[in-house]
Design a binder for this molecule. Structure first.
Ligand code: NDP
Length: 263
């Protein structure tokens, strides 16, 4: 099936690694224009070059920097009919904070809430006029099953994720009159830089595959393995596609059946 993404323009935050990078690559494969950012210019440079790819360093917590990144992306791709159009926004940039209540400082709480909320609101505010111009745009917030299934060892991230899921539902209603759909993907354990960094930090010397299989078993992943970034990208592309024109205000879990509750 043709997803109808060719020649459309998408912004993906945090596209230099993991889920963001897989999404950027999948969109380029579909013939879309893609603008992506990350904080580290060298990592962004390692994505490589492509006619339809625009990259620039930008921290999503910095509203002015996000506005400038968006302005340059719109300028790069020109838009349709003389209007600066963005057909979709993927709010993906971020990371999690592995801390329990007693290890969590006031700054940790502030930083985590700022990253999660600014990571959605700054790109949304910057892109909104361009999304409106698309008349049928889609916003996808990359979230976590932690939003619905909190873990005490990730207490700030779980709470912030729940807030973002709630925010997404409000945004879906608020932006519907402008033809902008808003949905989320809620991830379980996805094999990306986050987990390779944790494996390295654990310093156990155990092979990564073995460590990963035990992690999946410990967390109760029904499929018995971590997910791949490209498996998340497919779900994101499905929600970005104009084929999903009647889907808004909802979320798709991409988690291999983690947990035993009804999500
Ligand atoms: P990675 O660490 O592999 O990639 C994160 C990307 O976001 C990088 O490109 C990074 O680039 C960028 N980034 C991080 N902080 C900022 C910032 N402040 N401003 C701009 N860019 C930023 O992560 P994943 O692919 O694993 O995660 C993607 C999203 O999915 C994240 O929001 C994460 O929290 C969420 N998630 C991931 C899960 C997993 O198991 N992997 C589980 C649940 C949710 P740079 O560092 O150069 O800025």
């Amino acid at each position: 099936m043709d997803l109808g993404l060719a020649d459309r323009t998408f912004l993906v935050t945090g596209g230099s690694s993991g889920v963001g990078l897989a999404t950027v690559r999948a969109l380029l494969d579909e013939g879309a224009n893609v603008a992506t950012c990350g904080r580290d210019a060298d990592r962004l440079g390692r994505i490589g070059t492509h006619d339809r790819l625009f990259t620039a360093p930008c921290d999503v917590r910095d509203a002015a920097a996000v506005r400038e990144f968006t302005r340059r992306a719109v300028e790069e791709f020109g838009g349709r009919g003389g209007r600066g159009v963005i057909d979709g926004l993927v709010n993906n940039a971020g990371q999690s904070r592995m801390k329990r209540l007693d290890e969590t400082t006031e700054d940790d709480w502030r930083d985590e809430l700022e990253l999660k909320f600014a990571g959605v609101l700054n790109p949304l505010h910057a892109a909104r006029p361009h999304l409106r111009a698309a008349a049928g745009a889609s916003v996808v917030n990359v979230n976590a099953v932690l939003a619905k299934q909190p873990e005490p060892r990730l207490i700030t991230t779980s709470a912030a994720r729940a807030g973002i899921l709630n925010l997404s539902a409000s945004l879906a209603r608020e932006l519907a009159p402008d033809g902008i759909r808003v949905n989320s993907v809620c991830l379980g354990l996805i094999d990306t830089g986050q987990w390779t960094r944790r494996h390295a930090a654990a310093g156990s010397g155990r092979p990564y595959e073995e460590w990963q299989a035990e992690l999946a078993a410990d967390r109760g992943v029904a499929l018995g393995r971590l997910g791949r970034a490209d498996e998340v990208a497919y779900a994101i592309l499905a929600l970005l596609s104009p084929r999903a024109s009647y889907i808004t205000g909802t979320s798709i879990d991409v988690c291999g059946g983690v947990g035993r509750g009804i999500l």
